[in-house]
Design a protein around this ligand. Sequence first.
Ligand SMILES: Nc1nc2c(ncn2[C@@H]2O[C@H](COP(=O)(O)OP(=O)(O)OP(=O)(O)O)[C@@H](O)[C@H]2O)c(=O)[nH]1
Ligand SMILES: [Mg+2]
Length: 458
Amino acid sequence: MYIMDTIVAISTAIGEGAIGIVRMSGPDALSIIERIFKGKDLSQVVSHTIHYGHIVDQDEKILDEVMVTILKGPKTYTREDIVEINCHGGIVAMQRILETCLLAGARIAEPGEFTKRAFLNGRIDLSQAEALMDLIQAKTGKAMDASLNQLKGTLSNQIRSLRHEMLESLAQIEVTIDYPEYDDVEEMSNQTLIETSQRVKQKINEILQKAQNGRLFREGIRTAIIGKPNVGKSSLLNYLTGSDKAIVTDIAGTTRDTIEEYINVKGVPLHLIDTAGIRQTQELVEQIGVAKSRKIMEESDLVILILNQSEQLSDIDKELLSLTNDKKRIILLNKTDLPSQIDFSDVSNEMEASEIIPISIIKDQGLDLLEKRIEDLFYSGNLESTDINYLLNSRHTTLLKQSLQALDEVILGCQSEIPIDLVQIDFTRAWDLLGEITGDSVQDELLDKLFSQFCLGK
Ligand SMILES: Nc1nc2c(ncn2[C@@H]2O[C@H](COP(=O)(O)OP(=O)(O)OP(=O)(O)O)[C@@H](O)[C@H]2O)c(=O)[nH]1
Ligand SMILES: [Mg+2]
C-alpha cells in the first residue's frame, strides 16, 4: 500500500443540488473530521456508519448541518480511510466545508486522484479505472451498461488470460533452452512461439472486432439520410434534432454539404448525417455534394432512404433502392399528406413491404414508427452485434494493434530462422503491450495523464 497524504474534494456535481458530498481520503481523514465535527465522538464509532452533527470552523462557528459517513480502510474505494461529509448542496456551503478541511490539514485532490489511489492500492486495475471514467461521462443508458461490464473486468480477464498463455510459452522455451538434450530445441521453440502467437493474434482480432461494435456506443451509429432532392431529408434532420439547423426549401438541391448531428432516439445514440439530394447535375458544387452523399451512404451503419410518395419513382430512387439493398436501412415514404403517385411494382425485388414506413413530416405523422423501428433494430441486435462488453477506448485499440504487429514479427522471425532469443524479444514486447491495457506494466507518466482526465472528486 502506498503511503500518501490526505486529499479532499467536492465529489458531487457543482450546482444547486439538494445534497452535496465533500470527500476526504488518506491517513488523516479521521483525525481531521474529529477536529471539525460537533456531535458524537467520531473516534469511537464503528466503520461504515453514518452520523448526524455539525461542521464547525476554527472559531467553533457552525457552518452546516451534516451527515458524516466514516469508512475505515482497507474496505473502501481507495483502500484508505475515507470520510464523506453529506451537506446541503449549495455551492457556498460546500466550498466552506472544503476550506475547513483544507485548513485542518487536507490537500485539495487533483482530478481523478481518488481513482488513481484506488488503482495504486490495487483496488481496481487500469481498464476498470478507464471504464469508470467512461461511466462518469457515459451519455446513454446502453453505454453505461457497457462501461459497467468493463468495470467488472471482462476485458481485463481476457487480456490476463492471453498474457498467461504467452508466459507459459515463454517458460516452456526457457526450459528447452536450459536443458538442450535434444537437437531440435530451436525447432520446438519456434513451433511453440508460432502457435501461441497465432492463437493470441486471433483472440486480439476478435476483441478488436467487437470493439468496433462497442465503439458505436460512444460515437453513435452512423446514420445517413439519403434520397433524391426535395424528398424531405433536411426536414427529417430538423424534426429528429428538434432544431432548424438544416435549411429547408422547396428548391431541389438546397442542401449542398453534409450536416451532422448527434442525437439520442429512445436511448440509441445516432450520429445523424443529412446529405445533398442525389441527382445528375452539371453544377460543380452540387456534383461534389452528390459524390459525398454517395460515399457517406456506403460508409454508414444505417441508411434512412426517403422516397416521395406524391411522385412517381425516378431512376435515381430505383438506383438508391438497389444500392442500399444489402445495407441496414429504413425506407421512409414521405409526404403522405399529398395524393399518392408512387408505384412499387418495378422494384419489388429491391425491397420488402415491411421495410417501408409511411410518414408525413409536415403533419407529424408516422415518425413515432420510425423511432420505434430504430429502437427495434438496435435492441434486437440487428444494427450490430449485441456483445458490447468491450467498449475499448483508443488507447486500448492502439496497444492491441501494436501487439499484433509485434506478434507478426515473432512469426516472421521464427519462419526466417532468426535466433530464438531475438524472436523472444518481440514476443515479450507483445506481452508488455498487452499488460499496459490492464496496467500490469505501465509508466508513471501515462498514469498521470490518464487520471487527470477524471472529474475532480472521483
Ligand atoms: N407536403 C409535404 N411537404 C413536405 C413534407 N416534408 C417536407 N416537405 C417539404 O418538401 C420540401 C423539401 O424539403 P427538404 O427537407 O428541404 O428536402 P431535402 O430532401 O433536404 O432536399 P435537398 O436538400 O434539396 O436534397 C420543403 O418545401 C418541405 O417543406 C411532408 O411531409 N409533406
Ligand atoms: Mg436538404
